[in-house]
Design a binder for this molecule. Sequence first.
Ligand SMILES: Cc1cc2nc3c(=O)[nH]c(=O)nc-3n(C[C@H](O)[C@H](O)[C@H](O)COP(=O)(O)OP(=O)(O)OC[C@H]3O[C@@H](n4cnc5c(N)ncnc54)[C@H](O)[C@@H]3O)c2cc1C
Length: 469
Amino acid sequence: MAEKYDAIVVGAGPAGIFASLEMCLAGLNVLLLDKGKEIDKRVCPLQKKGDRCRLCRPCHLVSGFGGAGAFSDGKLTLSPRVGGHLEELIGFKQSELLIDYVDKIYLDFGAPHRVYGEAENLEEQEGRARAVGLKLNPSRLRHMGSDVGRQVLSRMREHLGSRIKIVLEQTVKDLVVKDGAIAAVMTEDGERLACEHLILAPGREGSEWLTEQSRQLQLEVKSNPVDIGVRVEIPMEIMEEFTSTLYEPKLEYFSRSFDDRVRTFCVCPGGEVIMESTGGADPVITTNGFSYSEPKTRNTNFALLVSTSFTEPFRDSIAYGKSLARLANLLGGGVLVQRFGDLMKGHRSTQARLRNNPMKPSLEAATPGDLSFALPFRYLQGIIEMIYALDGLMPGVALPSTLLYGAEVKFYSSRLKLSRCMETGVKNMFAAGDGAGVSRGLVQASASGVLAGREVLRRMGKGSSTPGY
Ligand SMILES: Cc1cc2nc3c(=O)[nH]c(=O)nc-3n(C[C@H](O)[C@H](O)[C@H](O)COP(=O)(O)OP(=O)(O)OC[C@H]3O[C@@H](n4cnc5c(N)ncnc54)[C@H](O)[C@@H]3O)c2cc1C
């Protein structure tokens, strides 16, 4: 008779890894599956400077052991209010405790000890931000950098290797439910893998697949909005006062023209701008950013994202975000880059203008062009207003030489209805991480994996929580 696993985990990103870490010492028969490659075999062709995104399937940046975490900037945000919806599911206090637990595991596997966001002059900085129409939301944060983040994940891979079964380059295609409970998963190769419990952690990369599976199983799914904007690149010195104490200054602005929320996101001091392919089976190329712990560039990049609510009866915000990214792809063959000065003068950037620009683009593969052909007025207006507001706090952000890359689109997965222990409407089938719409970052993705793993242990009579992992 075919083997039946106590638990199968789909997706070896932070959510799947932390669920597995939680279960691995209890003697359970656990299988962790991922469609991407081993962490040390994940090489993005774009790491060769100047190359264009080749739309690899699956994308090395977001698939394989470590998930999107393996190429992330490795910021561990230590607040329940940032990076997900855990607080709504388990309350603020429990989320805090869980985040603390997850943080300790990252530390045990080699995350650096320094915590940002605890400086004494925070109130003074908040006040100065208020004076120029910005709201500064400080939060505690640890920064691993892309390099240390990968080392941490590689150590977790080693730790799990002898304790559970890990199979990579295996895509899960379908879910088999019997009498309202999970029974098995079907792989793309047609293999049926039976299990008592299933933890689905497919990340943003697998979110469309998960939504489709949920629809087939008639599970309740809520749409999430999409945030649209650009990635800004400036000399490091301009933001240094804030990045040296907060690492990531989270600033918020409400546009005068439309009252839309515009915010900084994923600030990468000393980092590089990158392209990523996103959107599952029908991908688009968008921008993102990352940095190493060492060496650093002399630039800082960050996203400026605009959040809007759409007019009725429109609902498909993911399709909308994709079509805007596709416009930028159509115009630039990938990502567009434009000097802020060119945007304000109403003309495109060219190779010649970029050559003379004091700010050199870290993403050499970006095509000089005109973002106003790709982004609707409402988004551009919000971004321009916020750049001027930022300039009031950090003089230099609105220099003509500032670089804007587009489009940056943050797709948030549809949210599956889950219980406090991450169980879906199917018995013994759990969902965790970004793919289920629970999280939007490493820490909350990991924490939701812990919750699901703990519940599997409890149901297998192995206690509600394991000490250690
Ligand atoms: C460039 C970049 C920088 C980032 N920087 C930060 C940061 O500094 N701080 C932060 O908190 N967050 C950051 N993030 C976000 C962070 O990486 C994610 O929030 C986190 O990785 C989500 O974890 P997850 O386990 O839910 O999903 P993921 O990490 O996306 O992992 C999901 C895994 O599931 C696999 N999978 C999907 N579908 C299937 C299937 N059907 N069968 C088998 N396998 C499947 C995928 O291959 C993938 O490996 C960054 C992301 C990117 C792309």
